[in-house]
Design a protein around this ligand. Sequence first.
Ligand SMILES: [Fe+2]
Length: 243
Amino acid sequence: MKGLIDIHCHILPDLDDGAKNMEEALKMLKMSYESGVSTIVATPHFHIGRVIAEYEKCNSALEKLKLAIEREKLDIEVLLGSEIYYTNDILKKVSNNEIHTLAASKYILLEFSPWDEYGKLLQAVNETYSSGYIPVLAHIERYACLHDNMKRVDELYERGALLQVNAKSVTGDNGRKNQRFIKKLMKNRAISFIASDGHDSINRVTSLNKCFQYVSKKYGGDTAEKIFCDNPRYIIENRQSPM
Ligand SMILES: [Fe+2]
C-alpha cells in the first residue's frame, strides 16, 4: 500500500531527540518511503523547560531537508508541525504563530505526561477547542488515567478530541498492556490516527507497513485506509473532520 500519511514523526534533524543529523534523517525518510509513506508531518517537540523547536529553526531545518530530498530524488513530501507539551499558556503561543500547527492547519498535536490527571486532559481539549483549534492527542496509550476507563475516552472524543496511537504500540512492540488498551479503543472505533512517532532508524523507527498490514488483517482494509490515509488527509487539507 502506498500513500500512507504519518502525522507524528521526529524527522527534522538536530532539533530535538529525533534525527540527530541529516544522514539519520535521510535514513528515516527512506525507511518511511519504503514502508508506503508518501507524506510526513514533521513534529519536533515543543516542551517548555525541556526542548523547544523554535518556529524559525523548524522552517530552516525543513528547507535543508527538502534540498536533501531533491538531491536523493526521494518521492516523499515533508510538512511542518510540532508535538506540543500542554501547559496553560501554550495556546497563546500557537495563536501568536510561535508554534507550528499540523501542516499549517487548525489541528494541533498535544502531548501530556503519562501521569497527568484526567482533568488536565479534559481542560486541554476544551480550551483548545474554544480557541479555535482541533486537538489531536498524541500516543494516548501512554496516559494512565485513560487505561481501563473507556468512559473518559468517550468523553474526550465527544468534546472534539481526535486520538492518535503509535504504530509500535498497536503491533504489541511497546508491551502487552498498551496493546490490550488499543484493542479496546479499536473496538470502540475511538482511534483516528496511527503514526510512527519515529525518532531514529533503529529503535523508534519510522516504518508503518507492519502496522498497516496488522490493522488491515485484524480490522479490515477499509479501516486501515481510513486511519492511515483518509483521516490524516483531513489534516493536511485543513478540512473539518467527520472522524
Ligand atoms: Fe513524539
